[in-house]
Design a protein around this ligand. Structure first.
Ligand code: SF4
Length: 78
C-alpha cells in the first residue's frame, strides 16, 4: 500500500524502544532528555509511507498512528 500519510505519536505510551527511529529516521527522533519519541515530520514524503507503516508495526507500545493524508483541493480559479 502506498500514498501519503499523516503521522501522530503518543509520548505517553512511548517506552523509548527506538524502533521507529531506526526504521524511519527522517520521520522520528528520540528526545535526548527522556529517550521518548519525537515526531520530526507529521506529513512525511510519500516515499517514506511504507517505512512509517512498518514503524507502526514494530512499535511495541502502539504509540504511532497513521492516517491517509487528504489530497488538497485544487482551486478552480487560475
Ligand atoms: S518504536 Fe514506539 S515505543 Fe519505541 S521510541 Fe518509537 S514510538 Fe516509542
Amino acid at each position: 500500500m502506498s500514498g501519503a500519510v499523516r503521522v501522530r505519536v503518543d509520548r505517553e505510551r512511548c517506552c523509548g524502544a527506538g524502533n521507529c527511529v531506526v526504521t524511519a529516521p527522517e520521520v522520528f527522533d528520540q528526545d535526548d532528555a527522556d529517550g521518548l519519541v519525537l515526531l520530526r515530520r507529521a506529513e512525511p514524503p510519500a516515499d517514506a509511507a511504507d517505512r512509517v507503516r512498518l514503524a507502526v508495526e514494530l512499535c511495541p507500545a502502539g504509540a504511532i498512528t497513521v492516517a491517509p493524508r487528504p489530497v488538497p483541493e485544487r482551486s478552480s480559479t487560475p
